[in-house]
Design a protein around this ligand. Sequence first.
Ligand code: ADP
Ligand code: MG
Length: 683
Amino acid sequence: MTTPKKNASNASSKEKMATLGLISDFDFALHLPLRYEDETRLYKVNEVYPGQVVQLEGVVENIHVNFGHRKQLTATFKDDTGKIALRWIHYYPSQKAQLEKAGLIRIRGEIRGSSMWGYEIIHPKVSKAGQSLPQTLTPVYPSTDGLTQITLRKAITEALTRVKVHDSLPESIQQKYHLPSLSESIHTLHHPRVDMDTQALMDKTHPAWERVKFDELLAQQIALHLAREARVQLQAPQMVLQDTHLFDQVLAAFGLSLTKAQQRVLTEIQVDLQRSYPMHRLLQGDVGSGKTIVAALTAALVIQAGYQVAIMAPTEILAEQHFIKMQKWFAQTDIEVVWLSGSLKVKEKRETIQKIVSGQARLVVGTQALIQKGVVFQRLGLMIVDEQHRFGVIQRLSLSKKGETQTHDSIPHQLSMSATPIPRTLAMSYLADLDVSVIDELPPGRQAIMTKLMVDERRDDLLKHLRIECQQGKQAYWVCPLVEESEALQLQTAVDTYQYLQTALPDLRIGLVHGRLSPVEKAQVMQDFVQHHIDILVATTVIEVGVDIPNASIMVIEHAERFGLAQLHQLRGRVGRGQAASICILLYQNPLSQQAKLRLKALHETNDGFEIAKRDLEQRGPGEFLGLRQSGEQMLRFADIEVDTDVLENAREAAAIMLKEYPQAAEAHMKRWIKGREDYLRS
Ligand code: ADP
Ligand code: MG
């Protein structure tokens, strides 16, 4: 009996489609091809290039089974313009004989290799030559295990015959941006016609694609506008910032004068704090541009105005660096700086939380522990979040809700700091509801840093140089490899390296600092380094932030390939602060992954934090860059903000127009595109 079986399989493909979010006809209509396969034409060997998926017709010769370290079947494919190598790593024994008597065949596959060493196709699909070709591009849809393209295509085609796609854009908007109708665009993308621009469809530059991208970005822009409007309706502590007593004390303790950029961003922040609604401001600046002092001065103003301030960082080490600085800068004041992290002992933690609840603690520095249940502020006025993009979305959400758990009913202001400059396109799309202040000037006296890549085998050379440089009075950092997920292992490597360097360079003074040392011990080692009792300081990523020792002009980063781009840039920023020319040596071990190669290349080529961030974004994509990947958050499906900058600009402009002139259409448009994702956009 076939009936029950058929039903069962129908049910399961229906379920599978539902996991892709495909339920209503409109969902299917919007399930657009990931890409197309062009089976409409035959190529010639002399016109192909790597990465292309092509069909060719010709004959095969030199068919061999090779017994290398891995058995494989190879052959040469030939047409009247040239030759291409074919290779099968998995094959049936009968395949060789079949190829030998095949005659004229058609093959299909992706071109690999280079023009220098020759092209090849691995596992080409082989069929008879001379069969008729399809007339249009074949769509390939995003799918899931066990759901075939054929099933999906059929379901989509059926949905398209039923669905009536009503256009959520007013005529005037469509005309202004020269957009085709949504209905027409969707049909085109699912079933391209013969006479259409194939290349533009494949590259996603066809007007039909632009329409879909525009709609998607428009929805995002509308959501961000609305989030901003909603924020303006909220109540925040409206501050009176006349009294600069504490501010002046902190500035005096800092002992340096502010740069113009620092002064400017301080003014921008102060304007926000005097408003009735919560500030959401992102403070951006390259590594070492002096964000932390801006945060401290802002905290001083807010505390003076009678509120509590919390400073939160994503890791214990980062948070601790802030804690140490705040303690130093507030030492001459009567403000006690309080520390809260998950690693505190139960009793200490309880005491600290008590101080927060009672309001006795005016300035609290810590990790995520600050936003956990049970931590209720008496009068939180400002939350400063460092490296916010490293927090997951969930944390960001509970962060902006923090105000709800305090004893007075206004929402605290929020200042985020990021040493990873956010590229403009990203700021414009995902973070458009934030205001941005940029410190675009480094404190005086910074030197350009030369960055060298060095393969690990040349370590002996490196040691020779280090000895000479240090004997001439220079100091160096030696940063140990990051060991994913294991602080204990990372510690071990640092200790090993410390011993190894002591043996290899017996006439130099080697020091060691890592996260397991107590703040006092850490401070002692750093002090020894500052006073030049240490020549080479072996460190874990503890020194990623905040460490400032002008005489240190050499930075060695071991296993640099294991670090992220932003992190390497941060580490490198620890040198180049004194008079001497500085150098950063990235020691790496082969083989390098393609991604690692790109990262190291970027570091070698530029010192500019914005450029680094741009490449980081290109390499990792917005989801990972913003730390959304782990949460499985789906962001943009069709638009690529790096490529579709023009569409983004238009969508941004159109969002403002629509909200003003067609508020209902704007809301309907947003809802259609952003199913259940508003929550993120409100963070
Ligand atoms: P960021 O947090 O942006 O990486 P920091 O606030 O940690 O930067 O400052 C980096 C270093 O630059 C610190 O050692 C700080 O003392 C120094 N610095 C900051 N602002 C100034 C300034 N206006 N003049 C001189 N040095 C400064
Ligand atoms: Mg910093």
